[in-house]
Design a protein around this ligand. Sequence first.
Ligand code: ARG
Length: 682
Amino acid sequence: MMRSSFLLLLLCHSSSSMLLGWVESPGYPSGYPPHATLNWSRCAPEGHILSLKLIHLDLEDSHDCENDALKVYSGEDQISILCGTVEFEELESTVNPLLISPSGGCLKLLFQTDYSNPKRYHGFRGFYTIHDFDECEDDLSNKCTQFCHNFVGGYRCSCHHGYQLAEDKHICNVSCSKDLSGMSRGEISSPSWPDSYPENANCLFTLSVEPHRQLVLRFSAVFDVQQGPDSQCKDALRIVTQTKTLGPFCGNKPPPSPISTHSNQVQIYFTSDETGENKGFRLHFETIEKVCQSGVIANSKMTPHKQEYKSGETVTVICDVGYVVNSKGALALSTQFETTCQTTGSWFPSYSCEIVDCGLPQIESNSILELVDVPAQKTQYNAEVQFMCSSEYYKLKGHDTYTCNATGQWVSPGDKADMPKCIEVCGVTSNSISSSGRILGGARASLGQIPWQLLIKSPRRGGASLINDQWAVTAAHVVDGVDESMIKIFGELVDGQESDRTDVLTCERIIIHPGYEQGISSNTRTNYDNDIALIRFKTRVNLGPNICPICLPDVNRVMLEDEQGTVSGWGGTDRYRASRFLLYAHISVYSLDTCRSTPVLPKVGTMIFTKNMLCAGADGKDSCGGDSGGPFILPMLSPAGGPYHLAGIVSWGAPCKDGANKGYYTKVQNYIEWIKNTIKGT
Ligand code: ARG
């Protein structure tokens, strides 16, 4: 007991510290038990620190103190781990100085022992004190820029004469703000000019004159505002007008003078940091009448063009190409407007020039024509869109890329505003022909081999050819006198009986060539001139591999004598009056002379041959009753063939069983104009 009191006297040398109490291990000093634990913690009030002095430490020693240990924490950080026997002198010199809490924080002890001790150890004992923390001694703990004064539990800052303590109570700055409102001329300079300006200056100079006048600033040649090595401004001058901020300015070159601020209210900010010896700046300000500026309306030009305009002057603002006037709600797209310079230095009226937006191109709903995905907002001036056809049975006619032009239209190269079209792919098959055959002596076609072939089942049996996705062509005599609603026409089949299962193509209109002599029975008809008719379907045919159109011939194509082609249909064969399956036969175009010697039909008489006909056949091969209206195509259907075109329409002929093998066909070439005009006209 004597010894402890003596030590206490020795240790409590600091007058500001106060003994708070003792802490010791369980069973001290007789020895701590196995599995002992002590969890101890004390906290210091604000502005104070807690310190622990160990006067005795006698624990089992082990590597990293893993058996028995006294761990000391300052706040959350472990600051020491102790074990073994440490002499008092050593505790005092190396251990105790470290055992302190953070200012206003806690000190924590964690004492833990394991299951056994080789011998008996006393444990530890220490006392703790609190004392004031001197923030002024520690640069990190106070933020005073000039003077720091410590007191028990805290500190305060103070400033040199001429400075004032800022609101944060730490920074000393110079009061240098001036309100110069109403003054139309004068001088402004950095504090202490022409001597160096002080540290931590924070000045605001406020200038304000009548609304129709503007402030003009002129800097003196001497200009010295501290700049960092990276040319960043350490100290800075900023000029804030009604519309913009100029600066920060620093370095040794004054801002280019004079500065026309175009503003009747200007704020000049000057700030310095805590270092540097620089002279600062000086400027003269005065006022002039406000003027209007060019270039204040984006994306436009003014005519007549000048840098500045006096109040009362009127100009025309012309938007740049691709921009239009946004005159709030006015729908008409205009690219220019007139505006007048006001005494306030602003233009009236003032509209903006905004970029033209074409919007998305208008495409009919459920059209084959489609847009390749357009990114949102990409419909403005100069934006591009790409068209495509959604079905492989069509190809794009025209350009595929369109650009949004300055007048808000989508145009193709060459400035054409007509939209591209998706045109049916014609005359190609996805199913090639295998071997040659016959109708009268014909071979069976498989599905998709003659995909344009249509079957008219009633009221009169015949054939027809699809020529685009909504029109078919047939012989006039097949549909002469037939009501649209009566006609049953099918596609996409080769087995005529399957038509029961296939949808009818709904016929909307039948147009018989005006040159065809209507209403004459085949029993008496000698003239089949212009034996051609068009059928329009109610809806677009859904094109696919088994139904797609045949091409029309080129008007100028020369048909050669002996040229081989293919005729097809469900007409009579040598065995039956009509075929269940679609048959085709390869036949040759006969010479004009052969055609001219027309057959004499029993009961009818001598038939008339006109320039609108061709005749064709082959040994044992011919079209026959029921094939009428069907296609005779060129070139001959073959594996590598196509594109095919419709050279003839089965029209009439010598009785097919009599062996003449001479069929007459409407020469489609002569009707291209009529077909195109008729289709266009509906
Ligand atoms: N007029 C017949 C019909 O309506 C076609 C006759 C074709 N005759 C011929 N020998 N090629 O089906």
